[in-house]
Design a binder for this molecule. Sequence first.
Ligand SMILES: *Cc1c(COP(=O)(O)O)cnc(C)c1O
Length: 390
Amino acid sequence: MRNWQARLDQLSQQGMLRSLRVVDGQGPKVNINGREALLLCSNNYLGIADHPALTEAMLIATRQYGTGSGASRLVSGTMPPHAALEERIAFFKGSAAALLFNSGYVANTGILQGLFGPDDVIFSDELNHASIIDGCRLARARTVVYPHCDVAALTELMADEKPHRKGRWLIVTDGVFSMDGDKAPLAELCDLKEEHDALLMVDDAHGTGVIGKEGRGTGEYFDCLDRIDLHMGTLGKALGCAGAYLAAEQVVIDTLINNSRAFIFSTSLPPGVPAAAMAAFDLVDSEEGCRLRDKLEANRKQLVGLLTAGGMDLLGSTTQIVPVLSKDPEPTMKMTGRLLEDGIFLQGIRPPTVAPGLCRLRATVMASHESVDLERAAKMILAAHKEFSG
Ligand SMILES: *Cc1c(COP(=O)(O)O)cnc(C)c1O
């Protein structure tokens, strides 16, 4: 006990202690500690996590099937909403089949452990999500980390590995990087994996529902959706629900059903969740979905334009994830504190989530934001940056 407290004290002294805040809704305005604030750090990008169509779908399925599924998928935990949603996701991604997982974290660990082993090599972007890193460890595959989005460096690393090749090769990347908001060069990665008879897995947690004209993700944006072997995505961000999926060939899905420990040994999602996610896909596919994506893009452009004009370093963001570089932990946390006082809620991101010296305020734009609120937020961010980090 004493050691834990000492470690926490040390973190606190370094400005690195993390703690929780209670937020009372989906925004765009929320209440935090009795104070109203603009929510600028939710991944509810389309603003549909409290949409009546989703809530209603969840209620109907919950009344019909109950609150919990009662068992893991292989026992009695596969209910009609789970099966229907998997079919829908496969269609959405243009794949033969799909499989649900209880969260994105669980999906990445379960997919990589379930499909790869010690004879295989996984080439992983250095900025990939923590759940991919943990999945590589669980797979016990040889993991080769390549410099961020650097296709030339990856090409060399693959050439180095070639003489000792024994098993399968996988390139794994976020579609949209969660802390930088840039996109992976998927078309080039497709060329490379085809050249080397490797597989490509894309984690589109931040692309699904928002990137691409139809919201099919980063693969649609780069016009290479049908070349991606393993489409991972989540249902808890733009889709406003919970859980995650892999869309892939049938043999891949069957292998996971038989071999993925995170899939096998866990009670499946409550039936109301896949029912709500089905309604979310209906929305993403509708004209309302198109309008929401257009609004999100307009909001993103507005915020990026104002912050860039104010001289901020946005770390190459090209999506609704808009990081503002603040470098060190202390100014970063002072900025988030000041902004909360000003009625703007966003999170400061510190190591180990990002590299030392690259702390940032990670702003995320939603379709539900109003232009006047984003204008005020940009003004406050610039003022806080000038005060603490300028
Ligand atoms: C959020 C996220 C995950 C984890 O998904 P959850 O459903 O929140 O567990 C995985 N990968 C990336 C890139 C993410 O941003």
